[in-house]
Ligand binder design. Structure first.
Ligand code: ADP
Ligand code: ZN
Ligand code: ZN
Length: 775
C-alpha cells in the first residue's frame, strides 16, 4: 500500500509532524495523481482539510510504520494541485523546520505559488468547501481570421462586424484591444464566429512581463548589453567562482568588493558560465534594490529567460513568474529572499548581492536567513554560492577565515579606476559648543552650496534607526506614547499628527500637554520632513543655489505606493542640480554618475540602540553611503556629521579601514559572547496578558535551561527571561530569553526535542528565533 506523509495547511505554532494517509489505489477522485509536492484534500477531524504531500512510501501489508494503526488509516480524497515542490523541496522544508524550530507547515508554505493554494473555507451556511486559488492563470482572448474570412460581406447596419473584420486584416488582435476601439464587441464576435469568419482563442498571458505593456513595472532596458573585458581582480573572482561551481560541493565565494568595483559584472559572467554548463542561477538582491535598472542588467544579458520575483509585484504577476520558472523556460531568477524557494530546476549558482543586508533574514516563521539556506541548498545541489558586499557581515568574514569551503576574493578598486571619495568626519558636539544650532554643519552647508551652484548633485542620509521625532513636555517630561505599543509616537509636521510606526495608531498632535496642560511641548529628534524643511530654508537662503533646486525626499512615507521609489529616483536623475534626502533606503543600489557630495546628517544615532550589531551596522552604513559619491568622472566627497567623532565604527568607516573596525569590535563580541563566537537563539513569548506572558516566559526558560543542562554543554548560557526592548507591541506584551552556545554547538538539535514536546498554551504565543538578526 502506498502511504503519504501530509502536512496540513493550517496555521500553527506547534512543531507539527506529518500525518500519514493512504494513497487511494485508483488515485482518488481527481485527475491529478497524488505526488510529492501536491496539495491534497484529506479527511481530518470530521471534516476535510488541505495539506501538502511531503513524502510517499510503498509499504507491504503488515510492515506498517511504528505507531500506525492500519484500522484508523484514512485515505486521501484527491490531489487538488499539480506538484509545487519535489523531494528536494520537501527535504529543504524539513531542514528549515528543524534548523529554525519552525512549524513544518510554515516551511512548506515557502514553496507554494504566490497566492495560489487551494484552501477550505466555511460558507455563510456553515458548510466547508474547497476554494480554488484566487490567483491563477490569466487568459487573454484573441481574435483571428477564420476559414470564411475572405468571403465575408458585411450586412447593412452591421457596422461593428465590418469594422472588426477590417481591423483583422492587419493580423490577429486581442478582444480587449477591439473592445477598446469599438466598444462592446462580444455580440458581433459571436455572430462572426458562428459564420466561420473569425476564430476566438484563449491564450495564456504573463502578467508583469514585457509581453503585457499595460501592467507592472517595466524593465528599464531590455537592450542587449555588451560584456566588458574584466579587470584582473574581476577575472580572479570569476575564476574562483567557476572553480567552486565545478567542484560541485556547495562552496562559497565571498566577493569582497568596494562599491563600483564591478561585482555585478562578475555575477553576470559567472551566471553566463553556469548557463553554458547547462545549469540555472538564482540571484538574490535586497528588496529595495530590485529596481527596473537592476533587473534590466540581467535581462540585458540573458533576455527573456530571466524571471523576477519581489513583493511589489501583484500576486498575479508573481504567480505568472513562478509558473514561468516551473515550466523550465526561466534559466535565471532575480528576486528577493523568497526567490530561493521557486521551482528552479538544476541549480548551479546562487548569488546573494549585498549579503550583509538585514533583509535576508525573515522575521516571521520560519525565521530563516537566506545566506544559510543558500549554502544548504548549494551543498545539496552541488552548486556554488556567491556572496557580494562592500561591507561583508562579520559572520561571513569569520567563515572565510575558519572554513576551508569559504573563499574570499577582494576587489579593492573601482572598475573605472576612480578613487574612492575622501571622507571627512565632522564633530557636531564642537559645532554645538561654538554656538551653532543648525542640523547642517558649516562644512556641510558650504559643500552643498559649492556643489549645487556648480550644477551638481548631493545625497543626504538621515539615519532613521533610533531617530524619529517625538513630542516632549518641557514642564513635566511627558512623551505621548502609543497605547498598544511601548514606543513614543512619531510626530509628523505635515498634517500635524502623531503616529505609531508599529501599529499605525494615529491622533492629531495635542496643543497642550495632556498630562499637565503646559503649552511647552517641544519637538525632539528630526524626521526627514523636518530635515527637508530646514534644508529648503538653507538652500533658499544660499544666493548661488536658491529655490529652483529640487529636494527629492525618499522615506517610508514617500515610497509606499507601487513604483514610487523608482519615480523618485528618476526625478532625481532627471534634475540638474538636486538633493536626494532620505533614510537608509538611499544607501542601497543607488548609482548616479553626477553625485559629487554625500552627507550623513547623523551617523551615530544607531550606536546607542540596544543591539549587538549597532556598531557593525553603523560602520556598514557610512561605508556604503560613502561609496555613492563620485562614481564617474567627477571626484566625490563625503561629510559625516556625528556627535561621536571618536567612535571606532565611524573613524574606521571614514578611513575605509575595516581592520581598524574589526580590531575594536571583535574583542567586544568575544568578551560579551556574541556572534561570530557563539550561536544564539532568542525565545520570544507574547500574549495579551502581561502576567501570563511573564509566567510562561519564566517557566519556558526553566525548561530550556534544564534541557541545556542535560544535553548542551559547559559553555552554554540560558539568560534570564526579561521584557523585550519593545515590551508592548500592538497591544500584546512581549518577553524573551536568549540561549547561547559555542559555534560548534548543536543549538537546534538540543532545543528541538524540548519544543516538539511542549504543549502549546492557549493565551500565550511562543516563537524561537535562531540566529536572530538583532538583539
Ligand atoms: P558593483 O556591483 O561592485 O557596485 P558594478 O558591477 O555595478 O559594481 O560596476 C560599476 C560600474 O563599472 C558599472 O557602470 C559597470 O558597467 C562598470 N564596469 C564593471 N566592470 C567593468 C569592466 N571590467 N570594465 C569596464 N567597466 C566595468
Ligand atoms: Zn506636561
Ligand atoms: Zn502602536
Amino acid at each position: 500500500m502506498k502511504l503519504a506523509s501530509v502536512i496540513l495547511d493550517i496555521p500553527t505554532q506547534a512543531l507539527d509532524a506529518p500525518y500519514t494517509y493512504a494513497v487511494p489505489a485508483d488515485g482518488g477522485d481527481g485527475d491529478q495523481p497524488v505526488e510529492v509536492g501536491c496539495a491534497v484534500l484529506v479527511p481530518f477531524g470530521g471534516r476535510r482539510a488541505v495539506g501538502f504531500v511531503v513524502a510517499l512510501e510503498e509499504r507491504a501489508e503488515g510492515n506498517w510504520p511504528e505507531g500506525l494503526d492500519p484500522a484508523k488509516l484514512k485515505g486521501i480524497v484527491r490531489a487538488v494541485s499539480r506538484p509545487y515542490f519535489d523531494e528536494e523541496g520537501a527535504a529543504c522544508a524539513q531542514w528549515l523546520s528543524e534548523r529554525y524550530l519552525a512549524p513544518l507547515s510554515s516551511c512548506v508554505r515557502l514553496f507554494t505559488p504566490p497566492g495560489g493554494v487551494p484552501r477550505m473555507v466555511r460558507s455563510r451556511e456553515g458548510f466547508w468547501r474547497l476554494e480554488e486559488p484566487a490567483v491563477g492563470e490569466v487568459d487573454d482572448r484573441w481574435v483571428m481570421p477564420g476559414p470564411a474570412f475572405a468571403e465575408f460581406t458585411p450586412r447593412k447596419n452591421a457596422v461593428k462586424q465590418a469594422s472588426i473584420v477590417e481591423a483583422l486584416r492587419a493580423g490577429e488582435l486581442r478582444v480587449a484591444e477591439l473592445a477598446a476601439e469599438f466598444g462592446a464587441v462580444s455580440g458581433p464576435l459571436k455572430t462572426l464566429e458562428k459564420q466561420g469568419v473569425v476564430r476566438v482563442e484563449r491564450r495564456r498571458r504573463m502578467r508583469g512581463m514585457q509581453q503585457d505593456e499595460s501592467q507592472g513595472e517595466q524593465p528599464a532596458s531590455f537592450t542587449p548589453s555588451a560584456k566588458p573585458p574584466l579587470t584582473a581582480g574581476q577575472a580572479a573572482a570569476l575564476a574562483a567562482i567557476d572553480a567552486a561551481r565545478e567542484r560541485a560541493a556547495g562552496e562559497v565565494v565571498l566577493v569582497d568588493g568596494v562599491t563600483g568595483s564591478g561585482k555585478t559584472e562578475v555575477y553576470l559572467q559567472a551566471i553566463e558560465a553556469t548557463l553554458a554548463a547547462g545549469r540555472t542561477a538564482c540571484v538574490l538582491v535586497p528588496e529595495i534594490s530590485l529596481t527596473p535598472q537592476t533587473v534590466g542588467r540581467f535581462r540585458g544579458r540573458f533576455g527573456d529567460t530571466v524571471a523576477v520575483m519581489h513583493s511589489r509585484m501583484s500576486q498575479g504577476e508573481r504567480f505568472d513568474q513562478w509558473d514561468f520558472i516551473r515550466s523550465g523556460q526561466a534559466r535565471v531568477v532575480v528576486g528577493a529572499r523568497s526567490a530561493l524557494f521557486t521551482p528552479l530546476a538544476n541549480l548551479g549558482l546562487i548569488v546573494i548581492d549585498e549579503e550583509h543586508e538585514g533583509s535576508y533574514k525573515q522575521d516571521s516563521a520560519p525565521r530563516y536567513h537566506a545566506r544559510d539556506v543558500a549554502v544548504w541548498m548549494a551543498r545539496r545541489a552541488g552548486a556554488a554560492v556567491v556572496l557580494g558586499s562592500a561591507t561583508p557581515s562579520i559572520e561571513s568574514l569569520h567563515a572565510c577565515a575558519k572554513d576551508p569551503t569559504w573563499h574570499q576574493v577582494a576587489l579593492p578598486e573601482r572598475a573605472n579606476g576612480k578613487p574612492l571619495p575622501e571622507v571627512r568626519v565632522i564633530d557636531m558636539a564642537k559645532e554645538f559648543s561654538s554656538g551653532s544650532r543648525s542640523m547642517f554643519s558649516g562644512a556641510l552647508s558650504r559643500a552643498l552650496a559649492e556643489e549645487l551652484s556648480a550644477g551638481r548633485k548631493a545625497v543626504l542620509l538621515l539615519n532613521q534607526r533610533g531617530f524619529a521625532k517625538f513630542l516632549l513636555c518641557r514642564e513635566c517630561g511627558f512623551v505621548p506614547e502609543c497605547p498598544s505599543c511601548s514606543t513614543s509616537l512619531t510626530f509628523h509636521e505635515r498634517g500635524n499628527f502623531l503616529i505609531c510606526h508599529h501599529c499605525g495608531y494615529r491622533i492629531s498632535a495635542p496643543a497642550v500637554c495632556p498630562e499637565c496642560g503646559s503649552p511647552y511641548l517641544k519637538k525632539f529628534g528630526a524626521g526627514t520632513q523636518r530635515v527637508e524643511a530646514d534644508l529648503r530654508v538653507l538652500l533658499d537662503e544660499t544666493p548661488s543655489v536658491g529655490p529652483q533646486v529640487p529636494i527629492v525626499r525618499m522615506d517610508a512615507d514617500t515610497t509606499s505606493g507601487k513604483g514610487a521609489h523608482q519615480r523618485l529616483l528618476e526625478e532625481f536623475a532627471a534634475a540638474d542640480a538636486a538633493v536626494l534626502l532620505g533614510t537608509q533606503m538611499i544607501a542601497k543600489g543607488l548609482d548616479f554618475e553626477d553625485v559629487t557630495l554625500v552627507g550623513v546628517i547623523n551617523a551615530d544615532t544607531m550606536l546607542k540602540l540596544p543591539d549587538y550589531r549597532a556598531a557593525e551596522r553603523t560602520f556598514a552604513l557610512v561605508e556604503q553611503v560613502a561609496g555613492r559619491a563620485g562614481r564617474a568622472e567627477l571626484p566625490g566627497r563625503v561629510l559625516v556629521q556625528t556627535y561621536e567623532a571618536d567612535a571606532a565604527p565611524i573613524r574606521a568607516a571614514a578611513a575605509y579601514d575595516r581592520a581598524l573596525f574589526l580590531r575594536d569590535e571583535l574583542p567586544k563580541r568575544k568578551l560579551l559572547r556574541y556572534p561570530p563566537y557563539v550561536r544564539m537563539a532568542n525565545v520570544l513569548v507574547w500574549g495579551a496578558s502581561e502576567e501570563a506572558v511573564r509566567h510562561s516566559a519564566e517557566a519556558l526558560r526553566e525548561g530550556v535551561a534544564a534541557q541545556v543542562r542535560d544535553f548542551g554543554g559547559q559553555e552554554w548560557d540560558v539568560l534570564p527571561a526579561s521584557p523585550c526592548v519593545l515590551a508592548k507591541l500592538r497591544g500584546t506584551y512581549r518577553w524573551h530569553f536568549v540561549v547561547k552556545c559555542p559555534l560548534n554547538g548543536n543549538l537546534s538539535s538540543v532545543l528541538l526535542p524540548f519544543f516538539r514536546a511542549r504543549k502549546p498554551e492557549r493565551d500565550v504565543n511562543v516563537a524561537v528565533d535562531v540566529d536572530p538578526d538583532d538583539l
